[in-house]
Design a protein around this ligand. Structure first.
Ligand code: ADP
Ligand code: MG
Length: 358
């Protein structure tokens, strides 16, 4: 455990080209020992390529990969002591659960006498104790994914790589597994790099989230920082449910949106023309209990969408700009929503007034 607990991973200026395609463009990333880092981005943004470079399946065109003090850029996958879990489990259907989990031990020529205990320990970790002799076909999707996890952990790797491991599961099971993976991570203390295109999953599970776009690392931050302080319009619109509105600089700490001047608690980016990024839940219908510093906007409700646990309210400002906000589904909050056609005042705290470059 100790050696593993001290092992971080660094990627220095990694790039990967496939002919004219730049799959990964000068990415540097330091992952702390024991950290859970997600790689988040749309399809084709370079997540799997970056994971492949860490795992040794993809040779970078330039740059290097380090585990602790060791340069592993050209080390083959089986010499890296890395556990791997893919979306489609990649279990061997003709082998039992126990044989599947023991497979990495066999591949590594681990002394056979210790296999049974290691397999039992790994299965206990994923709460499948006693499943050794079951067939893969007898297991549910969630159980198969747990077997794949046990197989990735059985040789106590320093680093575990996961490429969209839950995306084949239905929503409910996926959420259960997210919580289990988080718990497992705490118990194991291993470093985990986790690929997902699901922003909510990344926010839920990670110590830090690295956002990729067109092969470039755009921002890496804690979930809270990423959500509250996106660095640009791409991150702001990829995370959460943001509306981007054209605004103009109005001094050092304010922007003009139509007729309204909105103050921000954060430094403004350079430039005259800027974008205000507003997450739906950060706009609040004015209940009179806000501080004097709060930004207020008058608008007219155009549509109210009932969505179960919450309602989405669409409205337009005087100049026709549309905005939207969320109200919780409880009746107390629902009574505050005016009918379509009526006016309302919405409040945006200066802390929640996020301005990004246009
Ligand atoms: P993601 O996992 O974020 O969806 P990938 O890392 O798989 O993205 O791909 C990044 C880019 O590199 C894409 O444009 C993809 O088409 C390209 N790419 C990935 N692997 C190969 C390959 N083996 N040959 C050619 N192009 C590839
Ligand atoms: Mg991928």
């Amino acid at each position: 455990m100790d050696a593993r607990a001290k092992t971080g991973v660094s990627i220095r200026s990694a790039a990967k080209r496939y002919g004219p395609v730049i799959a990964l463009d000068d990415v540097s990333l330091d992952i702390e020992p024991g950290e859970f880092v997600s790689l988040l981005g749309p399809s084709g943004s370079g997540k799997t390529t970056l994971l492949g470079i860490l795992g040794g399946f993809v040779q970078p065109s330039s740059g290097s990969v380090w585990v602790g003090e060791r340069d592993i850029t050209f080390a083959p996958p089986h010499k890296r002591n890395i556990g791997i879990v893919f979306q489609n489990y990649a279990l061997f259907p003709h082998m039992t659960v126990g044989e599947n989990v023991a497979f990495p031990l066999r591949a590594r020529r681990d002394p056979k006498a210790g296999w049974a205990k290691k397999v039992a320990d790994a299965l206990a970790m994923v709460e499948l104790s006693g499943y050794e002799s079951r067939n893969i076909s007898q297991l549910s999707g969630g159980q198969r994914q747990r077997v794949a996890l046990a197989r990735a952990m059985v040789f106590e790797p320093q680093l575990i790589l996961m490429d969209e491991p839950l995306s084949a599961l239905d929503k409910q099971l996926r959420e259960t597994m997210q919580i289990e993976l988080r718990r497992l991570h705490r118990k194991l203390g291993a470093t985990i790099v986790y690929v997902t295109h699901d922003q909510r999953e990344a926010l839920t599970m990670s110590d830090r989230v690295a956002v990729l776009k067109n092969g470039k690392l755009v921002q890496i931050d804690t979930p809270e920082r990423l959500y509250d302080r996106p660095c640009d319009a791409f991150v702001a619109s990829f995370i959460g449910e943001a509306t981007l509105l054209d605004v103009r600089r109005a001094g050092d700490d304010a922007v003009r949106l139509g007729d309204a001047v909105l103050r921000t608690a954060h430094p403004l980016p350079r430039g005259e023309r800027l974008l205000l990024a507003v997450q739906t839940e950060k706009l609040v219908i004015d209940g009179g209990a806000t501080g004097p510093a709060a930004n207020k906007l008058t608008c007219r409700v155009t549509e109210v969408l009932y969505q179960g646990e919450s309602l989405r309210v669409f409205a337009t400002l005087a100049d026709g700009t549309s905005i939207s906000l969320r109200q919780p589904g409880n009746h107390n909050a629902r009574r505050r929503i005016p009918a379509p056609g009526e006016h309302m005042t919405v409040v945006l705290d200066p802390q929640d007034t996020i301005v990004v470059p246009a």
